[in-house]
Design a protein around this ligand. Structure first.
Ligand SMILES: [Zn+2]
Length: 283
């Protein structure tokens, strides 16, 4: 809104008031900023400018005409930038707070049977190989078989490691709850399916879980997502109570794609339910 002034004095008074106001605001923001930086090293910019000696390829120092050494400005990632990126990815991953605490370290191996130890080793090996295999045909992992053996814990630990240590984007999709949320909301469905196709790594937990055969809708949507990822060499992490054969019985094209993507990193946990199931421990 435009102000109307009747005299020079009024104009001056107004100007003075404005200057005073600006001055005090800028002072306030300054003191506020310093205390509100999460990282005082880079002031939350995520990078640091450093002056480093300007060298010739053979390593000798470049100098100005008067003999003083030349320097160049160099942009370096601040230590906080990866941390911030990881925090952002963790939020985006839809991994629940409870699951964020699952690590390889707090997975109990003592007294566990061989198949469970194998599954643990498989997840650790996959993590170590990830950078080399991530764009290859076989770039995925599946832990199959016996419920309650810790498959979800191991794959969640793997997801947390990929996010926190490698800044890889991961999306957690629990098969049963995921489809419950999606079945009545077609707008959400489109958005979710796009995310599931494009995310760095897709973690499908308890694929085809249920007392009955999965619905045609569920099979079609899972096929669309997994086939897209198969064609584009994008990794998946799958936990399921079904074996590879059982997955193929439900849908052969889908089962064989999962097998091709995961065959170097697949463990089928079989054994006596009571011994394998950590939820029944002590029963
Ligand atoms: Zn920083």
């Amino acid at each position: 809104m435009e102000k109307r002034f009747h005299s020079i004095a009024e104009v001056m008074a107004d100007l003075q008031a404005k200057t005073q106001k600006n001055h005090s605001t800028s002072l306030e923001t300054k003191s506020e900023d310093i205390s509100s930086y999460d990282c005082t090293k880079c002031k939350d910019k995520g990078f640091i400018l450093e002056n480093v000696p300007d060298l010739y390829p053979d390593g000798t120092q470049k100098v100005w005409a008067d003999g003083t050494p030349k320097f160049v400005e160099f942009i370096k990632d601040c230590v906080c930038s990866k941390k911030r990126q990881s925090e952002h990815l963790l939020k985006f991953s839809e991994i629940t707070d409870e699951f964020k605490n699952m690590t390889f370290g707090n997975f109990i191996l003592d007294g566990k049977l061989e198949p469970i130890k194998n599954a643990h080793q498989c997840a650790v090996d996959y993590y170590k190989a990830f950078d080399q295999i991530k764009d290859q045909r076989c770039n995925s992992i599946s832990l199959l078989g016996q419920p309650g053996a810790g498959k979800t814990h191991l794959l969640t630990a793997l997801a947390n490691n990929l996010i926190i240590k490698k800044q890889i984007s991961v999306l957690y999709f629990p098969f049963v709850e995921g489809f419950n949320d999606l079945k009545n909301d077609f707008e959400l469905l489109e958005e979710k399916l796009t995310k599931m196709k494009r995310i760095g790594v897709l973690f499908i937990d308890d694929l085809f879980k249920g007392r009955t055969r999965p619905t045609d809708f569920q099979i079609e949507q899972m096929f669309a997502v997994i086939n897209y990822r198969y064609l584009n060499h994008k990794p998946i992490m799958v936990s399921s109570e079904k074996t590879v054969d059982e997955l193929c019985d439900i849908d052969e094209a889908l089962g064989t794609r999962i097998f091709q993507m995961c065959k170097d990193y697949t463990v089928v946990i079989k054994g006596e339910r009571k011994v394998l199931n950590h939820r029944l421990a002590g029963v």
